[in-house]
Ligand binder design. Structure first.
Ligand SMILES: Cc1cc2nc3c(=O)[nH]c(=O)nc-3n(C[C@H](O)[C@H](O)[C@H](O)COP(=O)(O)OP(=O)(O)OC[C@H]3O[C@@H](n4cnc5c(N)ncnc54)[C@H](O)[C@@H]3O)c2cc1C
Length: 357
């Protein structure tokens, strides 16, 4: 419960970062107002379209070491956060720590070798990373459905979370915590001040996590379009996220409850939010079919399109100045980076509130 001495904090953007920050800061007795441009029940940000993979190693191949370090820290935090969220809400968020599996067809075997070399180089002898080559038998034991593959890689430490469960759970908890929820209220952020259609409101500190809504305020912020399919079948059951490596397109398949699998994702330098293209639909479905032919009869139950908020170097951006903190550029790593970044932002905000008091 907050009192009149509690720091008054405004958070702009009710996506992944906004909700997690509101939850954590409300636990510290801050008086939180969360502003969202659209509505809270069907979030319009990248967070709702995402697949929820928490995969520092898979991502290290294409990203910088900093992303890996933050991802490893997040993986330390997620299990406890997920447990707390489940206890507070009484609902599952389906955080899973079952690793992920990478496979390639025989003709693309060099892709697996390439990734193994890249990871070995970037990890520089880090034994804790646990990258395990799999022969056919080992692969079959882990993922019986992948019977068409001769080898793979097992990234044991990786995890994932069901974002379509996590985000509503967070919303319910924010309600219980007494966070002031202001939806359909697009805002602009300046130090100690939030401006919306009806005027200006003053706060001890403002946190701007509006994703692409903060364009113009974060240097070089751009959107990277991603398209995802959700299919449903009882014929193929994967146990954990699986990535198919291919020279032209890469595919991941993330199993969810109810026989659903999230298939993604395209990566297109564009801020177009229009529905999925036929080309992407064909490429994703044919890659999926090559993972297991029984996917041919799966039903497409949903397609999702959104744009990842990215900086020019694809690294996250955290900037603090008196009474204002901006956090953005989570790119394709929101679920991977969020806890570690929330931890960083929490510290910045609490320092600022102490200065104000
Ligand atoms: C197809 C796809 C797949 C992905 N898969 C993964 C994955 O598997 N793993 C992973 O780690 N990451 C993944 N991501 C990335 C992840 O979704 C993003 O990095 C993350 O959602 C960014 O979080 P955010 O809170 O910064 O922004 P967002 O989630 O975009 O939220 C921003 C919020 O701010 C609101 N807003 C905007 N303007 C205003 C305004 N003026 N006033 C108030 N509110 C405003 C928006 O409506 C939105 O709700 C994926 C993204 C996409 C698109």
């Amino acid at each position: 419960m907050t009192d009149k001495n509690s720091p008054r904090i405004a958070i702009a953007g009710g996506g992944l970062m906004g909700r997690l920050l509101a939850w954590r800061l409300a636990q510290r007795d801050c008086n939180i107002t969360l502003f969202e441009a659209r509505d809270f029940t069907t979030p319009s940000g990248a967070c709702w379209a995402a697949a929820g993979m928490i995969s520092p190693l898979s991502e290290l191949v294409h990203s910088q070491r900093e992303v890996y370090g933050l991802g490893v820290r997040s993986l330390e935090l997620w299990p406890d956060w997920a447990r707390q969220l489940e206890t507070e809400s009484g609902k599952a968020v389906e955080f899973r720590r079952a690793g992920s599996v990478l496979v390639a067809h025989g003709r693309d075997r060099s892709e697996l070798e390439h990734i193994q070399r890249e990871l070995a180089g970037k990890l520089n002898g880090d034994e804790s990373a646990q990258v395990r080559p799999l022969d056919r038998g080992q692969l079959q034991q882990l993922e019986p459905a992948l019977e068409n593959f001769e080898q793979g890689l097992y990234l044991e430490s990786e995890g994932d979370i069901d974002n379509r469960r996590l985000l509503p759970v967070l919303l319910n908890i924010l309600r219980q915590q007494g966070v002031h929820l202001r939806e359909r209220t697009p805002v602009e952020c300046t130090p100690g001040c939030v401006e919306h259609g009806e005027g200006k409101l003053r706060f001890d500190c403002v946190i701007d996590c509006r994703g692409l809504g903060a364009k113009g305020q974060v240097e070089g912020l751009r959107g990277v379009r991603g398209e995802v399919l959700v299919v449903e079948t009882r014929e193929v059951q994967l146990q954990r996220p699986v990535r198919l490596l291919h020279p032209r397109y890469q595919l991941y398949a993330v199993p969810r409850s109810g026989g659903q699998t999230v298939i993604g994702a395209t990566e297109i330098e564009s801020e177009d939010m229009s529905p999925i293209s036929v080309r992407s639909l064909m490429e994703l479905s044919s890659a999926l079919y090559s993972l297991h032919p029984a996917f041919a009869e799966a039903r497409v139950v949903e397609t999702r399109v959104n744009c990842r908020p990215a900086t020019m170097d694809n690294l996250p951006h955290v900037h603090g100045e008196p009474r204002l903190v901006r956090v953005n550029g989570l790119y394709r790593h929101g679920y991977l980076l969020a806890p570690a970044l929330v931890e960083r932002v929490e510290k910045l905000v609490m320092q600022q509130c102490l200065q104000v008091a």
